[in-house]
Design a protein around this ligand. Structure first.
Ligand code: MN
Length: 357
């Protein structure tokens, strides 16, 4: 596995590439053209400029997160063919720049959802948390205000104000879209891009739904092993794969993550690894990466990734806010740096154990 950190680009991210480079074992960043809207085409100039910025710091771009899918593609609007054509052009240009992994999601309206961006934990750190009861009593429009007012002034990915300004329209747009329809539209998209992915060697990695159940009655189709099996069979190609996100999957304790990893051998192109602490059904908070701080067995997760010969990029996913750091919620430097070292330590121990046999 190649250790990476998510980086939100020179304009958005307060964390410098120089700081990221000083984390031992981190080979590169996962980034994106942050100002691009879904459905827009990425030019070679824009891609190469981002690449140069990253490479000048001594790091590499290990993948793109995300190249977002437009609502037109997700609902099957007449503009989808144009958007797919643009997506293909962008994929070819990424490949020309030496970038061969693209993370995306097929979630509707909301990319991810938390009810608290800074829940105070017993040690004084803060973490993002989710409480189903709070979601049940909230209007979806209020959800955006909640996120926006508590994000320390940063724009949260998936919660862009321009997008949230038309949230009522978005709900109307998805009114007739059930799980089957959404899956059909995902298949149509994949059939439209897989020839390009195969020609240019770009691996597509769908992110799991977060949390892994339906919210506000919206369809969710990437939330458990059954969904993942259906997804990988929509289009049978080695380029049609997954971003295995332990945090998203773990929102539902029914998801046995090490077994899911083993069942998805060959399909995992990118991994997000973080721990969550389950407080009660439907409620969880994002703990430190260390197994004993949360509900997941991180050794078993890294062991499963090792056993399936996972060689793609991996990143510590969200972290807590610690040591007084002011950051975009979930994306501070310190706790993610700690997480990366723990995950690399587990990997080193697993590899050495293996060689002793
Ligand atoms: Mn994730």
């Amino acid at each position: 596995m190649k250790m990476s950190l998510r980086w939100f680009g020179p304009k958005q991210d307060p964390i410098s590439l120089q700081n990221i480079r000083q984390i031992p074992g981190v080979e590169g960043v996962i980034t994106t053209l942050y100002e691009k809207m879904a459905g827009e085409e990425w030019t070679s100039e824009e891609i190469n400029s981002l690449k140069k910025t990253v490479e000048d710091s001594g790091l590499k771009i290990l993948g793109i997160e995300s190249m977002n899918i437009s609502d037109e593609i997700k609902v099957g609007h007449s503009l989808r063919d144009l958007h797919i054509e643009r997506y293909n052009k962008s994929l070819a240009r990424l490949s020309d720049a030496g970038i061969h992994m693209v993370c995306y999601n097929f979630m509707t309206v909301f990319d991810w959802l938390r009810t608290d961006l800074a829940k105070v934990r017993p040690d004084g750190s803060t973490a993002m948390a989710y409480e189903q009861a709070k979601v049940d009593e909230l209007d979806p429009e209020k959800m955006f205000e909640n996120i926006d007012q508590n994000s320390n002034g940063y724009m949260m990915p998936g919660w862009e104000p321009e997008r949230m300004a038309k949230i009522k329209e978005l709900f109307e747009l998805y009114a007739d879209i059930d799980e089957n329809k959404l899956r059909e539209n995902l298949k149509y998209f994949l059939e439209g891009i897989m020839p390009t992915c195969e020609k240019y060697g770009v691996k597509m990695a769908v992110h799991m739904d977060d949390p892994s159940w339906s919210i506000f009655g919206l369809p969710r189709i990437v939330k458990n092993l059954d969904d993942l099996k259906i997804y990988t069979e929509l289009v049978d190609s080695e380029y049609n794969g997954l971003t295995l996100c332990t945090g998203s999957l773990s929102s539902s304790p029914d998801n046995d993550i090490p077994s899911i990893i083993r069942a998805m051998e060959g399909k995992i192109h990118f991994a997000h690894v973080r721990n969550t602490l389950h407080t009660s059904p439907g409620n969880f908070e994002e703990s430190a990466h260390l197994s004993r701080d949360g509900s997941l067995d991180m050794y078993e997760i890294i062991k499963a990734l090792h056993d399936i010969n996972f060689e793609g990029p991996i990143r510590p996913d969200h972290g807590r806010a610690i040591w007084g750091e002011q950051s975009m919620p979930g994306y501070g430097l310190y706790d993610r740096a700690l997480g990366s070292q723990y995950l690399l330590g587990l990997e080193e121990a697993i590899k050495k154990q293996e060689n002793l046999k």
